[in-house]
Design a protein. Structure first.
Length: 418
């Protein structure tokens, strides 16, 4: 069993911090360039301490980490910053398309800088060094994405760590509550609460579409809700960028149709060229599920192939079949949002949001107008221009302050989500 390097207290496997004396612990083992609990990464401006593994998927593994700024640096007075570190899986390094997807995600987050999108911090690689010939505390000090002649090292995407729940979790709780309430209860969230989340999602999508970014995987599990009520779009891992700047070329929609069948647009299933209207179809399904407590086509009843075929061939059931309280106006907006032909859908996220807001009978608000203005300003040119940058900063503040009003119950320690 491992013990603390300072007080010899017994430690759980992979512990990065001693529960007794609170001292940081070195990593016990690590493959070349691979993250592990306890690793300390020197970034020059501060030190990143890897804490615990949060999850893993086909593309990468995500860890919780803490950034401790250099006390002598310009941010030395700031508190430690919690981060999510996503590292590309080693086996994916040999696939150029997957590497391009990973860089696409980093570039999409860097470009967006939107209050409803997880915040980009840094993209870098690192190689352990052994000070004094000891492997007790690997330290690194390498520039972002360096090019070397040695073996390829998996890149690391550092981003905001979101403490909260997914929209999928929120829907599940409301479905359970509705079943306990009995007949007459909304099967999912009430329209005003659903709109509270949807407008933030649409604001994030509108900004992305203005910059030529199509998310391609809009679904409840990729929508995070912070404890203070702010929604954060995440997982741009298969996002399509019209003009990627990293030089890599991920598969075109004609070569590969990634996504989740229950939320994919017909054109995405068929591998046709995509634009923002594909995301709007997916967002329409998300709203449908948020209110009805289930998507139009149930994943539990069909295979992935059958779900994708339904998206192409089968009209979605009327929302009023599951939500009798829904008005005809709401049904008509859903019919347009989920039209099989993109030409019959809404032309923009803001237009779609306005239609749902009106159908729900919800008055407009300054924050909803700010989300629309954010996308408009982002589309007009580079955010680096002083006047435009100042306006975007003001709009971010309006959005963040307005939505930071709906606290959620505290989650037990160690269950934060990216």
């Amino acid at each position: 069993m491992a013990t603390c390097i300072q007080c010899n207290h017994s430690l759980a496997e992979g512990a990065a911090v001693c529960p007794s004396c609170r001292s940081l612990q070195p990593a016990r083992s690590s493959a070349r360039g691979q993250l592990a609990p306890g690793l300390q990464i020197d970034r020059g401006y501060g030190r990143i301490v890897v804490d615990a593994k949060l999850g893993s998927g086909a593309m990468g593994t995500v860890y919780r980490a803490w950034l401790f700024y250099d006390p002598k640096g310009p941010k030395g007075h700031e508190k430690p910053l919690p981060l999510a570190l996503k590292q590309l899986n080693p086996r994916a390094m040999v696939q150029p398309e997957i590497r391009a997807f990973f860089q696409n995600e980093a570039e999409a987050l860097r470009l967006l800088e939107h209050p409803n999108v997880v915040r980009f911090h840094e993209l870098f690689t690192w190689t352990p060094t052994l000070p004094g010939g000891s492997d007790a505390e690997p330290l690194v000090s390498t520039p972002s994405m360096p090019r070397s002649s040695g073996p390829a090292v998996p890149p690391i995407l550092a981003m905001e760590l979101v403490d909260g729940d997914t929209l999928e979790d929120v829907i599940a709780r409301n479905v359970a509550r509705a079943r306990l309430a009995g007949p007459g209860a909304f099967p999912g969230l009430r329209p005003d609460r659903a709109w509270y989340y949807l407008q933030q999602v649409l604001g994030a999508l509108a900004a992305g579409h203005a910059l030529g970014i199509v998310h391609r995987d809009v679904k409840p599990s990729n929508i995070l809700i912070r404890r203070d009520g702010i929604v954060k779009m995440t997982d741009y891992g298969i996002a399509h960028l019209v003009r990627p700047m990293h030089g890599g070329r991920p598969p075109s929609p004609q070569e590969l149709a990634p996504g989740t069948g229950a939320y994919m647009s017909p054109e995405q299933v068929l591998g046709r060229p995509l634009d923002g209207r594909s995301d709007l179809y997916s967002a329409g399904i998300v709203l449908y599920e948020t209110i009805a407590g289930r998507p139009p086509f149930l994943p539990s009843e069909k295979s992935e192939f059958a779900l994708r075929m339904d998206q192409v061939e089968t009209p979605p059931p009327s929302i009023r079949l599951f939500v009798p309280q829904a008005t005809l106006a709401v049904e008509h907006v859903f019919m347009r949002a989920l039209a099989k032909d993109p030409a019959h859908r809404f032309g923009s996220a803001i237009e779609m949001g306005e239609a749902f807001r009106t159908a729900f009978g919800i008055p407009t608000t300054p924050e909803w107008r700010a989300l629309g203005e954010f996308a408009y300003v982002a589309k007009r040119g580079p955010a680096e221009e002083p006047e435009r940058a100042q306006k975007l900063a003001t709009l971010r503040q309006i959005v963040a302050q307005a939505f930071r009003t709906q606290p959620m119950p505290a989650r037990p320690q160690g269950q934060q989500r990216r």
